[in-house]
Design a binder for this molecule. Structure first.
Ligand code: ADP
Length: 140
């Protein structure tokens, strides 16, 4: 197992309901260290660039609107197999399918407004971290 870094976003539905602390506790309890974190309000265009891989999906416009609808907390999580571990803690995309105890099972409102984002592979993690953070902001 290797130490990895992954990009996490606490989405607008969760910041609106003041869930940042509860979600961060889930990451820390799973052994993930928050080595960078900031609260920002994305424009729709910035959200669109971040989610460009989904540009052809029917929910793309709705997703970009949602991600720009309120503040988000962007963060870098570090730990052993952090990418897979974070996705395990997040749970399935659709909260109806998410395992008990996961963030999405406990907090997500729908398949779209599902409280968190997490990178899905080392290559995407590197690109997504660089989209929001400079090297100096990552304090491991
Ligand atoms: P994940 O975030 O679990 O990696 P995807 O990469 O498939 O999931 O989708 C990215 C995001 O797009 C999801 O987290 C969710 O916010 C949104 N999304 C996915 N599927 C749908 C859908 N059927 N309807 C609306 N929004 C969706």
């Amino acid at each position: 197992m290797a130490t990895e870094r992954t990009l996490s976003i606490i989405k607008p539905d969760a910041t609106k309901r003041n869930l940042t602390g509860k979600i961060n506790a889930k990451f820390e309890e799973a052994g993930l260290r928050i080595i960078a974190q900031k609260r920002i309000h994305l424009t729709k265009a910035q959200a669109g660039t971040f989610y460009a891989v989904h540009a052809e999906r029917p929910f793309y416009d709705e997703l970009c609107e949602f991600m720009a609808s309120g503040p988000v907390v962007v963060q870098v999580l570090e730990g052993e197999s952090a990418i897979a571990k974070n996705r395990e803690v997040m749970g399935a995309t659709n909260p109806a399918d998410a395992a008990q105890g996961t963030i999405r099972a406990e907090f997500a409102e729908s398949v779209g407004e599902n409280s968190v984002h997490g990178s899905d592979a080392p290559e995407t993690a590197a690109v997504e971290i660089a989209y929001f953070f400079s090297g100096l902001e990552l304090v491991g």
